[in-house]
Design a protein around this ligand. Structure first.
Ligand code: ATP
Ligand code: MG
Length: 183
C-alpha cells in the first residue's frame, strides 16, 4: 500500500478544501512558523484513527474543526480523506478488493466522528487495524511529532515497549487478541 493523496476540508487551519499529493520518494513540507505544517501531519494521523485529542494539541476533539478567523466564520464539520494505492493487493483482507483505498473520517461539532473505507461505514477500530498492520498507525514510530523524541527518552518501559511492538508490526495482532478475548 502506498499513500498517494491527502484531502483536508475544514480541519484546523485548512478551511478551504486542500489536496496534498504524495509523490514517489521524499516529500518536504516547508513554510513559516504557524503556516500549518504540523496541522497537516495531524490530519494524516487523525484519519488513521488517532483518538487522543491531546495528541492533536487540542482540548477536545471538536477543536480539530476550523474555529474561525478574523474574516471567516467557524465551520461545523471537518473531513480528511487519505487515498492509498493498493496495486499489489497487500491491504488487509477486509479491504483488499480494490486497487485504490479511500479512507475518510468526518467530524461534526458535538456529534463525534465517523469513518468510511471506499464509501462504506467502518469502525474506528477497523481503520486503526488497517494501519497498525502496515506499521504506519497513528502512534507508530513512522510519525514523529515535534517533542516526541524527548518523550520517548523519558517514557516508562511499558510505553516504550508499545512503540517497539508497533515498529515490529505486531501491535495489530495484540489488539485482535484482546478483541477476541472480550467476545
Ligand atoms: P511551526 O513551524 O512553528 O512548527 P507549523 O507550520 O507546524 O508551525 P501549525 O502548528 O501546524 O504550524 O499551525 C498552527 C496554526 O494553526 C495556528 O495559527 C493556529 O491558530 C491554527 N489552528 C490550529 N487549530 C485551529 C483551528 N481549529 N481552527 C483554526 N486555526 C487553527
Ligand atoms: Mg510545527
Amino acid at each position: 500500500m502506498k499513500f498517494s493523496k491527502l484531502r483536508v476540508v475544514g480541519f484546523k487551519s485548512f478551511v478551504e478544501p486542500m489536496e496534498f499529493i504524495i509523490g514517489d520518494g521524499l516529500t518536504g513540507v516547508v513554510g513559516p512558523n504557524g503556516c500549518g505544517k504540523s496541522n497537516l501531519v495531524e490530519a494524516l494521523r487523525w484519519v488513521m484513527g488517532e483518538n487522543s485529542y491531546k495528541n492533536m494539541r487540542a482540548s477536545g476533539m471538536d477543536d480539530v474543526i476550523f474555529s474561525g478567523s478574523l474574516n471567516r466564520p467557524a465551520r461545523n464539520t471537518a473531513e480528511v480523506i487519505l487515498y492509498l494505492e493498493n496495486p499489489d493487493r497487500t491491504a488487509p483482507q477486509a479491504f483488499n478488493d480494490a486497487d485504490m483505498l479511500e479512507v475518510s473520517r468526518r467530524i461534526e461539532r458535538e456529534s463525534g466522528s465517523n469513518y468510511k473505507v471506499n464509501g462504506k461505514d467502518v469502525r474506528a477500530r477497523d481503520v486503526q487495524l488497517l494501519f497498525a498492520d502496515a506499521s504506519t498507525g497513528a502512534r507508530s514510530p513512522a510519525m514523529v511529532r515535534q517533542g516526541q523524541i524527548g518523550e520517548l527518552i523519558s517514557a516508562k518501559p511499558t510505553a516504550r515497549r508499545q512503540i517497539l511492538e508497533e515498529a515490529a508490526g505486531i501491535s495489530g495482532l495484540h489488539s485482535r487478541r484482546k478483541e477476541a478475548e472480550m467476545r
